[in-house]
Design a protein around this ligand. Structure first.
Ligand SMILES: Nc1ncnc2c1ncn2[C@@H]1O[C@H](COP(=O)(O)OP(=O)(O)OP(=O)(O)O)[C@@H](O)[C@H]1O
Ligand SMILES: [Mg+2]
Length: 455
């Protein structure tokens, strides 16, 4: 009844009346808790040791000397990008006062498919920032892009700082095993340019990574000998630290709209997980969004609890969208086994509706790569990628027995995000997935059924 009368009320109001009616929001300045905001120094909590190290490395630039390259390493959301961005921004201000031409650009390896794309972005960012003509996106070779970069730095800057965020994720496309990943080539070319004195001006690299081992072991020997960064480590935050970080953002909300327990509660949830400040901030923002959607006057722990599911889902979707294509194919194959095989899985004694058995998932991987003419990698690689996806909590891996001495097998469980949503996400992301489903939905279904019944 209440809903009916609400609908009637709004039906009687004109569009303009509805648009201009009262708008209630719990946010005073939402920017403070948006993911990419580089906040002011007074909102940075702790991290003194890391700040000091980064400052000391950058400092020579302000005296006409060349700074070392840096590697900021540590888990997600521990302040690496924040510290790099804040120190670089402050350094540029001081450089300006001293007539030193300094500028910094930042690119994220997660969002770049190739070395070519990454260098284009760096050039583009410098061109924008320095007010230069923009190089077109198409028809320019990778090596001309490097030349353009060196030219820009030489002519317009004394020092160019390049932040290469999450660089380990920039592996490039369809590489075979013995080729070095794209990030190795980039580091080689950028760090070599300054060594061989090709330039009067200089480039300093600040690399951030969640997985320093992947990065350093992915460098081929020539890169390893030119790229020798000063390393700075960042550890997870504990609950009191996260609480402090959130306390310094409270004014994102109107006074009195954030109930007292929300920050401690949110900090505790984030600390139980990974100690990730981004997760804590995302939770707080999403809790506010939920309160707004429900037209509640204040944000409570119930909103934070609801936000948790939403934020976790978004994180998994983000991982799925950004892992390499081969990992996406492996996951797609696994997800269609569950999505199309639900009934059979539900009827089986040793399988369950939320899972897909690894041997069947691998058969579907082989089928999918053959059907689409995509490079097929070994079973060993498939299993390794699925293990990696389980460490990101995209899926869970269980060991199962079939009884009657018929052996054990691994099953992939869709614990945090359903297989259907994964199939949908991947189909949106890459047309090869969508095309297979569009081509012949029945063929996919039949293939899944056949492999499941043989298992
Ligand atoms: N010490 C801190 N004080 C205040 N805010 C912080 C602090 N550490 C992190 N944050 C905030 O947490 C969020 C995540 O931090 P940041 O982006 O720097 O993480 P990161 O280490 O670069 O993570 P990733 O490896 O995932 O890129 C940002 O919104 C940042 O402002
Ligand atoms: Mg970062």
């Amino acid at each position: 009844m209440a809903e009916d009368s609400e609908q009637q009320d709004s039906a009687q109001l004109s569009i303009s009346e509805q648009l201009s009616s009262d708008y209630h929001t719990v946010f005073r300045d939402k920017d403070l808790i948006e993911p990419d905001t580089i906040v002011d120094e007074d909102r940075i909590v702790g991290r003194d040791e890391q700040l000091t190290k980064v400052i000391n490395v950058i400092k020579p630039a302000l005296h006409g000397d060349q700074p070392e390259d840096m590697l900021l390493r540590g888990p997600s959301g521990t302040g690496k990008t924040l510290i790099a961005g804040t120190v670089a921004t402050k350094a540029i201000k001081i450089a300006q006062e001293r007539d030193i031409r300094m500028d910094f650009v930042e690119i994220n390896g997660k969002h770049k498919k190739s070395e070519h794309e990454a260098i284009h972005q760096i050039v583009h960012e410098y061109e924008l920032s320095l007010g230069l003509n923009l190089t077109s996106k198409a028809g320019v070779s990778t090596s001309s892009r490097y030349d353009r970069l060196f030219e820009i730095v030489n002519e317009h800057l004394d020092i160019g700082v390049i932040v290469l965020d999450e660089l380990d994720l920039l592996v490039g496309d369809s590489r075979n095993n013995d080729e070095a990943p794209a990030f190795s080539d980039i580091l080689y070319k950028l760090s070599r340019a300054k060594r061989i004195g090709k330039m009067d001006s200089t480039i300093t690299l600040i690399v951030t990574t969640n997985s320093p081992n992947t990065l350093m072991s992915g460098l081929n020997s020539r890169t390893a000998s030119t790229f020798n960064p000063t390393e700075v480590g960042f550890a997870d935050y504990n609950a009191p630290e996260l609480q402090e970080i959130l306390n310094h953002r409270q004014d994102a909300f109107h006074e009195g709209t954030l109930e007292e327990e929300v920050i401690p509660y949110t900090a505790a949830i984030a600390a139980q997980g990974e100690g990730d400040a981004r997760f804590a901030i995302d939770l707080l923002r999403e809790a506010g969004n939920i309160a707004n959607r429900r037209e509640d006057q204040s944000v409570s722990t119930a909103h934070a609890e609801a936000a948790k599911n939403q934020v976790e889902k978004n994180y998994i979707i983000d991982v799925i969208e950004n892992v390499s294509f081969q990992k996406q194919v492996s996951l797609f194959a696994t997800a269609i086994v569950n999505s199309y095989g639900q009934e059979q899985l539900g009827r089986s004694e040793w399988l369950n509706e939320r899972s897909a058995p690894a041997p069947v998932a691998h058969s579907l991987y082989k089928w999918f790569t053959e059907y689409n003419g995509i490079e097929q990698r070994s079973k060993h690689s498939f299993l390794r990628w699925m293990r990696e996806l389980s460490t990101y909590e995209v899926i869970e891996i269980n060991r199962k027995g079939r009884g009657n001495e018929r052996g054990v097998f691994a099953e992939y469980v869709f614990h945090n995000l359903s297989a259907d949503v994964m199939v949908e996400t991947l189909a949106d992301k890459d047309e090869r997935f969508q095309a297979t489903l569009d081509d012949d939905d029945n063929l996919v279904r039949e293939t899944v059924r056949t492999h499941l019944s043989r298992f």
